[in-house]
Design a binder for this molecule. Sequence first.
Ligand code: NAP
Ligand code: MG
Length: 500
Amino acid sequence: MTVHTDASKYLDPKVSAFVSGKHEMLIGGKWRPSVSGKTLDVLDPANGKVIAAVPAGEAADVDLAVKAAREAFNGPWSRLVPAARAKLIWKLADLIDQHGLMLAQINSYECGKPIGDSRNGEVPFTAETFRYYAGWATKLNGEAMTINAPGDWHAYTRREPVGVAGQIIPWNFPLAMLAWKVAPALATGCTIVLKPAEQTPLGALYFGRLVEEAGFPEGVVNIVTGFGEAAGAAMSAHPDIDKIAFTGSTEVGKMIARAATGNLKKVSLELGGKAPTIVLGDADIEMAVAGASSAAFFNAGQSCGAGTRFFVHRKIYDKVMSGVAERAEKLRLGAGLDPASELGPVVSQQQMERITRLISEGRGSGAEIVTGGERAGDVGYFVKPTIISSTTPEMAVMREEIFGPVVCAMPFDDEDLETLAQDANDTEYGLAASIWTNNLGAAHKLAAKIKSGTVWINCHNFNDVTMPFGGFKQSGWGRELGAQALDLYTQTKTVAIRLP
Ligand code: NAP
Ligand code: MG
């Protein structure tokens, strides 16, 4: 298996100049280094080389950013009418489109994903998310209640912004995750302290330039780069942050929830998943093969909704699995910037080691590797697309979020929906699931039995800005996207008036 790890020739000179330039954080409308002067390195996951250094923000930097966000919240941002906020957010969306090529290249460079996925998927989705929430800024109305008590009353609600929002995002969809958090917060009138993942700060810093260009008042969007243990932890515990929104591992999500108890800030969490891909006996095999492969291997499996447990009816199991294996073996592995790459590296050495360790542990406890099962090449952080069979429910590969191009497959004999749902639900996660069938009745009945925030039928990893996304069980608290995301950044005030 050849791995194409050098894609420097595809790098636009403007992207190259930006990436290798000096990076500072955006705080209160000014670009500044970290208070400590420390930096952290950003690597190209396709070859492990250092491509940039960004400030390693810590508690002191978070303090400055929170102060700036508070001043903007109390000051200029609160004086703008909703239509003015909408106009700024819309302008930001246009700038994202205009800078689409730059953003896509930066994104694929730092996180390794295929350039087409950035250019045709993530970047347009990012712009669309801002545009969708620009529309909501002018539609955040309260309601008037009819009162039961005797006398004359007028009572109504106001939807007010929660205040300063801390937002901590991961590296798997650096721009989309930014948009899912920043856009609704801006629409509702909150101000923001954003911490991108240590592996992928560059797209967020470039976005900071677009925020400036759009003309947002200083301090509305502050971007602190740094490690989770320092900057992220300081944000979660900060007494003057009113709300924290997080996407990442369930383990860190729990730490954030604990840290937030100091001032009882509002918390929303979008955490891990272990989505089942359920293929019923009557499914269209070609569609199921394509869908299940993409569910498992899209974004090198680094997706919280990734389909990582295949349940396939025995009568079509061999056909489906040989189809998926064939696709897996044909995927062209290479650097994200190379337009020919179909599967990029995973984001870091740490992630690569974690994935290969989990695969080896599975093998050690009796699982079989159908294809893949190891690192690809010896440069960069590539993992061969992997299918594992003969698993048992208690194996770590079946229980833990692997976050790599790895799927466990098992046949089932009886299409009893209750049993199928039980097996699909046998996980502490509950983010997503997909069902592949032409049987409308079975599809809807099974969808109702699955304990997850999203159920896809004859599709997987389908997100639309209008559709709420989030987790049941330990996959999180709250829903992002759609109108529901506005609830995360607003609080209701009731005003009751006695009419004398
Ligand atoms: P992670 O630690 O949960 O990282 C997510 C974000 O949280 C990053 O910005 C991270 O900063 C920050 N963070 C880390 N520790 C923190 C703390 N104590 N307080 C506040 N913020 C903190 O995830 P990871 O270590 O990169 O990946 C590990 C596993 O998490 C993956 O294998 C995968 O299973 C899961 N994961 C899930 C998602 C998802 O979309 N649900 C996304 C990413 C990872 P740093 O970047 O500095 O660590
Ligand atoms: Mg980390």
